[in-house]
Design a protein around this ligand. Structure first.
Ligand SMILES: CCCCC/C=C\C/C=C\CCCCCCCC(=O)SCCNC(=O)CCNC(=O)[C@H](O)C(C)(C)COP(=O)(O)OP(=O)(O)OC[C@H]1O[C@@H](n2cnc3c(N)ncnc32)[C@H](O)[C@@H]1OP(=O)(O)O
Ligand SMILES: CCCCCCCCCCCCCCCCCC(=O)OC[C@@H](O)COP(=O)(O)O
Length: 384
């Protein structure tokens, strides 16, 4: 193990990274809150400010991936589409199999300059995660309860609000609705069978309603769907804790640009189109398993320095007062103050550990785990 690798694996280094993330995140959340009155006066300016503030938070996680762990992200795509990435709004459809797939998504957002503004259809539970969830509120992230009866109006309304968004954004949709586990896969393939759909080997059966409502409400706003398929070399199972430990992974992402006009407007046709897309995605994963690469040329954008610069800025700002505080604390000699400070540190690290837990598949939800008996009985129909 090299010296640098040894340093990266030290708990103290990880503690410092987490401290900077936590302290800067809370400051940014506070600043976001301060932009609230501005929404009434100049909404577009408030949005632009929030894009930049959000960048301060999310780019720290990107910096951890790109600069701390040195993870390599390779992009397979058509060079003609490449020039459009970052210069238009797009709906991104991504497989949901890895604990850090969202972070790899963020890395590509960063490289194409849309990190601060990018959005996702996220489960409501994530809105309550401190820092990230609170940041998302000001970014107009679309939340769903994964209960269609309730989501159908709220999701559509949130999407419509994005029609005059002042910056280019990518809207991420995990159509599988939950992370891949063998049990969820088995159940969703029973659903596929009951609907007469071909089985998928590497994906859960996609949920079609969220995709349809997104495409319908972002017509005229987004130019294309970016069909994105992610995998990691050598069967790596990357984790956020691994990243914090400085472990280097190798991500490969295959992106196909599909103009939005090609997607059917009718709900049933749109659903069939999405099922076909997932069958194609499955064949790309099969190709990857057999050959170790995706089809098509590699056109990888280089990592940019901004996420590192942002992290260095916050570190300089926040580590100096921390050092002063520690010196004062030790020199005070008060046992009570030291014990209270240690308790605060313990609570903060438990909080961070809980946040990291949100990314862990074995702590994931039960959604998709239960057989939905009704859906297995009734034949598929377009419900609006
Ligand atoms: C590469 C570049 C990347 C760029 C990245 C860009 C931006 C990044 C920004 C942020 C990154 C942060 C990432 C945060 C990640 C957080 C992500 C999440 O939270 S994922 C979870 C939430 N999202 C979704 O669920 C989206 C997909 N879901 C849907 O679309 C759903 O339809 C729904 C709208 C949520 C509604 O769900 P509900 O369960 O109520 O209804 P459904 O219609 O889906 O269910 C009934 C339907 O499904 C069939 N069914 C039943 N059981 C199953 C099963 N086990 N598997 C599959 N299908 C099943 C059932 O038969 C019904 O079918 P039908 O529709 O035909 O009636
Ligand atoms: C600089 C780095 C510092 C790191 C310090 C700590 C960071 C803490 C980060 C917390 C990040 C929280 C973002 C949550 C994103 C989780 C994405 C995700 O994958 O969600 C799962 C859902 O899609 C589906 O849920 P399930 O039904 O599978 O359950």
């Amino acid at each position: 193990m090299g010296l640098l690798q040894l340093l990266k694996s030290q708990f103290l280094c990880q503690l410092i990274i987490c401290y900077v993330f936590l302290a800067s995140g809370l400051i940014v959340n506070l600043l976001q809150l301060c932009t609230s009155p501005l929404w009434l006066i100049n909404k577009q300016l408030a949005r632009r400010l929030n894009v930049r503030l959000a960048y301060c938070i999310s780019s720290q996680m990107v910096a951890a991936l790109e600069w701390w762990s040195g993870t390599e992200c390779t992009l397979y795509t058509d060079p003609k589409s490449y020039s459009l990435y970052g210069n238009e709004n797009a709906i991104v459809v991504l497989n949901h199999m890895f604990e850090i797939d969202f972070l790899c998504g963020w890395t590509f957002c960063e490289r194409f300059g849309v990190l601060g503004s990018s959005k996702v259809l996220a489960k409501k539970e994530l809105a309550y995660v401190p820092i990230i969830g609170w940041m998302w509120y000001f970014l107009e992230i679309v939340f769903c309860k994964r209960k269609w009866e309730e989501d159908r109006t709220t999701v559509a309304q949130s999407l419509q609000r994005l029609q005059d968004y002042p910056e280019n954004f990518w809207f991420l949709l995990y159509c599988e609705g939950t992370r891949f586990t063998p049990k969820k896969h088995q159940i969703s393939m029973q659903v596929a069978e009951s609907k007469g759909l071909p089985k998928l080997k590497y994906h859960l059966l996609p949920r079609t309603k969220g995709f349809w409502v997104t495409v319908q409400n972002l017509r005229g706003t987004a130019a294309a769907v970016y069909d994105s398929t992610l995998n990691f070399r050598n069967n790596e199972a990357p984790t956020l804790l691994g990243i914090l430990n400085g472990k280097k992974y190798h991500a490969d992402l295959y992106v196909r640009r599909i103009p939005l006009e090609l997607i059917p407007e009718d709900e049933a046709e749109c659903a069939a189109w999405l099922h076909k897309l997932y069958q194609e995605k499955d064949s790309f994963q099969e190709h990857y398993t057999e050959t170790g690469r995706f089809p098509g040329p590699i056109v990888s954008p280089a990592r940019r320095p901004w996420s590192l610069i942002n992290w260095l800025f916050w570190s300089c700002l926040l580590l100096y007062p921390l050092a002063l505080l520690l010196i004062q604390l030790i020199s005070s000699g008060s046992v009570l103050t030291i014990v209270v400070s240690a308790a605060i540190c313990y609570a903060a690290s438990a909080g961070v550990r809980w946040m990291i837990g949100q990314t862990e598949i074995n702590r994931g939800s039960n959604y998709g785990n239960k057989e939905q008996i009704d859906s297995l009985r009734k034949p598929s129909k377009a419900s609006t």
